[in-house]
Write a new protein. Sequence first.
Length: 291
Amino acid sequence: MNVNPKPVRKAVFPVAGLGTRFLPATKVMPKEMLPINDRPLIQHVYEEARDAGIEEFIFVTGRYKNMLEEHFDYQPELEQTLKARGKEDMLAVIRDSEMPEGKLFLTRQPKPLGLGHAVWCAHKLIGDEPFAIILPDDIVSHEPGCLAQMIETYNEYGGNVVAVKNVPREETKKYGILDIGEEKGDAVAINGLVEKPDPKDAPSTLSIIGRYILQPEIFEHLAAFERGAGNEVQLTDAMAKLLGNQAFHGLRFKGQHFDCGSRLGFIAANLAYSLKDPEISDGVREILNKL
Ligand code: UTP
């Protein structure tokens, strides 16, 4: 089946959270600027979106978050210095981190009232078209990237697509778990969402990670600013209201996923990415053996 849906051209990056799990590191510096190997989290997810064909990048920012947009700016002094020193390879790296003009859009979330609220803050910039949401906390190591894989699934089925992965059954209580329908290869139809079920009641062990392709009707549900778990406006609550009215699929994406919003996931990601970096992998192995 190929339903030829409207293309996904825009991606929202919610970056207005407080990052309390990394305090005091995130007292002033945004969590999304923490580096995984040689580049910050926000650049990892920007590259994933760019390589998936996204044309407009929408940051939902908040207080103390200016560094995130500055990271993608042209840096003339730095470029001149690198050029003068003949560091052409580093110059290319720096240029790759610049966002071309007319591609970056900013909106603010005045108070961190939850992910659903952050996404709603981008509604004017999205308008009436499907869009992607990427959480910089979640990084997936794979070529093609997770979002590119999801867009392929979206082109086949249209509607809404989320990235899903299996969690250990004994841990279902920590996650939003999917009630699943028809299996379609790596994709699976979603019938329902159950918040943090007991392992014995969990309808599956599939959980959503921070990648979504959603239809603009989600904004109608988010606009109610209804508070859910943790007294926050939850994106999953609004998504649950779309279920049944629109196609909804989960994609078991290919690649290794790291939850960099937790300290352990962050360290695991740094080890995995540095062990794959030919410049330092031997050194990292040596350090690990010594430790
Ligand atoms: P988290 O649930 O990890 O929250 O948000 P957090 O505040 O960043 O971190 P902790 O839990 O206090 O350590 C997931 C993503 O959603 C964004 C965050 O910036 C992060 O990218 N977010 C969350 C917002 O933009 N606004 C919010 O109100 C909440």
